[in-house]
Each structure stands twice: as structure tokens, then as C-alpha cells.
Design a protein around this ligand. Sequence first.
Ligand code: HBI
Ligand code: FE
Length: 258
Amino acid sequence: MYNLQQEYNKYTEEDFHVWKLLYERQFKIYPNRAAYTFLKGLKKVNFVADKIPDFDETNAVLKETTGWQLEVVPGLIPDKDFFELLSIKKFPATTWLRKMEELDYLEEPDMFHDVFAHVPILTNQFFVDYLQSLSKIALKHINNPFAIELIGRIYWFTVEFGLVDGKRGLRIYGAGILSSKGETLFCLEDKAVRHPYNVKAIMENHYYKHAFQDRYYMIESYAQLFGSIEEIEYWLDVALKKYPSVSGDVTKLDIVLD
Ligand code: HBI
Ligand code: FE
């Protein structure tokens, strides 16, 4: 699709320094915060502080684990391309790293977000089956911005900002949190608002891209996530029937589904 390669020999001293800094800063606050499945996956894909991951090596591990592969993309890509790649078990990933002055926040996801934070959980079969199934629902409605917004909310509150409250206690699996020091600390504090995973509630309310989330949703397991695909299709159909012709900025739209 994009026909891009990771050009490993082009990484600079600063790139390696940024990777190491971000890796160690996150790893230090992960105990009792990052999900067990994420930490297990991090070991499996063999990400370390002193080495920017080589996609060929990462792809070899993913191939033999869940069969997924990393697909190099230049940055944010259109929803159609994004979901098409996920539907064929390819995870879109950038290969460039933020600069030192962007350490704490950057507009677009860089490789630290796409790879360090998103990739380890691609070793979990329930999670990748959920991701692939969700992308297939999106492709069925790819020309309906309202439907894509609702699916985008589900993606946002699971893949990017999801929490899991399993047998080991409350932990983080969402990549948008795991790649951010501030939100990794904030989301588990008492002042953060947390609800049990709820497909209807997630679809009904808009979200903010550039601030800590004003609510988080907790799954009990990745099996529950994969098991919620039918419910996602159900509530999406309810929404499309109740709001047959939505126009304007859907990203700020709050709806009522029952
Ligand atoms: N493109 N590269 C990239 N990475 C993303 O996470 C991404 C994207 N395009 C669209 C998108 N995410 C969101 O709109 C998803 O909800 C589809
Ligand atoms: Fe992301």
C-alpha cells in the first residue's frame, strides 16, 4: 500500500537517545500499572532501551506469534487505508522518532507510540482478533463518517485508552496511555473517572484527542473485548437506524441510543 521501508541506518544519535529516554521513563512507572499481557509481549518482541526496534526482527516474532506484521506508514493515514491494513493483520507503524524538544507531547503518533506502546499487545490472540474484527466492521461502513466516528470511539477507549481490571488488579493496556508518562500516572489515580467497559456508553459520548481522558473504560479480559464484537455491531446498527442522516462535525456529537 505505501511501499515504505524502515531505513535503520538513518537513525541518529539523538534518535537512539530519545528512544532510550522514553523507554526508561515509561518502564520505571510500569510496575503495578502496565498490564501483564503488555509486559509479557514487550519481552516477547524483545524491545530494549538501548536499541531502536528493527522491524524485520519484530516482524519475525509477530509472524510466529499471531501472524501480524508491521506495515511502515509515513504518519496518520486515511481511515480506509488504516482499517484495510488492520483487516489483513498489518499494523500501521511510523519509523521516525520525536525530537528531544517534543519529548512530552507531539501532534502525530511517532514510532515510540506506534511501536513501543502498540506492538507488544499484538502478541495476544484475543486482542488481535478483536482489532481485525473491528476493522472489518469499519470497512463495511467506511463511507459513513458517522459510523466511522462511533467505531473510532470504540477504538479510542480500548486500543488507545483502555484499562483492564483482571485477576492481577487494575492495569493499563491502551497505547495512548502507555506512551504517556502523565496519563500512565493519572488514569489510575482516584480523581480519574473509570467505568466498566460499556459499548453503548462509549458510542454515545464524544472524546477529546488532546487532553487526559475525562473517563476510562475497564475490561475484565481481552476475551471480553473480542466477545463484544457482536454488541458493537448491534449498537452501531441501532445508531444508524436512529440517526439515518447525520451531517456536520460528528466528532463532537453526543447521542442517545435507547
Ligand atoms: N493512521 N498511522 C495511523 N495510525 C493511527 O492510529 C490512525 C491512523 N488513521 C486513522 C486513525 N488512527 C483513527 O481515526 C482510527 O480511529 C481509525
Ligand atoms: Fe495509536
